[in-house]
Write a protein that binds this ligand. Structure first.
Ligand code: CP
Ligand code: NVA
Length: 329
């Protein structure tokens, strides 16, 4: 059956079949090629979208805006609405649904984006919650397809770091859906929720994926892609001391990249990243804890293995695909 995502929400990849995710990736590659060739099809012409942000962003906001502009949509950016303060989520969703053709939400609870979706009457897209970051995964997998020259279901993706954050959860879900080999390397206390792992193991039985977790760095052997994320996610800023204590042994260094045994291994990171002292947070951590790099060494970040800026660009092409698929012509 042909894939049709018109009118669908995009809240977590758990809601999508492997075929639907494949469709979104194919559309992303196609839209990237078209943009490079200067072809614009006005696929979102006449559409209005609203971007609700309760957390900060560079890539996600800009990706939604540029993707919308490229295809002829109009955008409202809203970070100081009445929502949750003077107006309920339900009422806000009902109001915005009357104005807009699609709603993006970035914030804390997954329940918030789900409530918006329940009441808006138009597609709602998750731009990151504490639980999931599904648009990021499309960009990550698109980047893997560009740089790892084998079918995605033959790829071994190794995630190192906070394996129970939105990125750890979402990469595991995406990998399970697409039949990949996914290894999470983390201290046991940062393994994901066993219920979510069990759910993905069920998916893996159908797709042929392999999902495993290890506390040992040696589990990186055979990786095609090594992925990490910040040790402290947005909203957890009181956790720095504990996370540094837990995760320092898990920094992605050149030694770790070499332990993959794969000369063509790539390095991925959703960004932003603490790999030097060029950020206020990085300098603050240096003063308090004496470390100048957190989740990845500056050497790896700037190395030939690193595809992080292709990955960042791909946020735009993949978010465009999500909007075109759900509300486009
Ligand atoms: N990767 C990502 O979501 O980046 P932003 O926080 O800048 O949107
Ligand atoms: N885990 C990170 C991802 C940022 C894109 C956070 O939630 O802050």
């Amino acid at each position: 059956m042909p894939v049709n995502l018109k009118g669908r929400h995009f809240l977590t990849l758990k809601d999508f079949t492997p075929e639907e995710i494949r469709y979104l990736l194919d559309l992303s590659h196609e839209l990237k090629t078209k943009k490079r060739l200067g072809i614009r099809n006005k696929l979102l012409e006449g559409k209005n979208i609203v971007l609700l942000f309760d957390k900060t962003s560079t890539r996600t906001r800009c990706a939604f805006e540029v993707a919308a502009f490229d295809e002829g949509a109009q955008v409202t950016f809203l970070s100081n609405s009445q929502m949750g303060k003077k107006e309920s989520l339900e009422d806000t969703a009902k109001v915005l649904g009357r104005f807009y053709d699609g709603i993006e939400y970035r914030g804390f609870k997954q329940e918030t984006v789900e409530l918006l979706a329940k009441h808006a009457g138009v597609p709602v897209w998750n731009g990151l919650t504490d639980m999931y970051h599904p648009t990021q995964i499309l960009a990550d997998f698109m980047t893997i397809e560009e740089h790892v020259h084998k079918p995605i279901d033959k790829v071994k993706l190794v995630y190192v770091g906070d394996a129970r954050n939105n990125m750890g959860n979402s990469l595991m879900i995406g990998a399970a859906k697409l039949g990949m080999t996914f290894v999470g390397i983390a201290p046991k206390s940062l393994f994901p929720d066993p219920a979510l792992v069990a759910q993905m193991e069920e998916v893996a039985k159908v797709t042929g994926a392999s999902i495993s977790f290890s506390e040992e760095l040696e589990a990186v052997a055979g990786a095609d892609a090594v992925y990490t994320d910040v040790w402290v996610s947005m909203g957890e800023e009181d956790q720095f001391a504990e996370r540094i204590r837990l995760l320092e042994p898990y920094r992605v260094t050149m030694d770790l990249m070499r332990m993959s045994g794969n000369p063509d291994v790539i390095f991925l990171h959703c960004l932003p990243s603490f790999h030097d002292l060029e950020t206020a947070v990085g300098r603050d951590v240096y003063e308090k804890f004496g470390i100048s790099e957190m989740e990845v060494s500056d050497e790896v970040f700037r190395s030939k293995y690193s595809k992080v800026f292709d990955e960042a660009e791909n946020r735009m092409h993949t978010i465009k695909a999500v909007m075109v698929a759900t509300i486009g012509k």
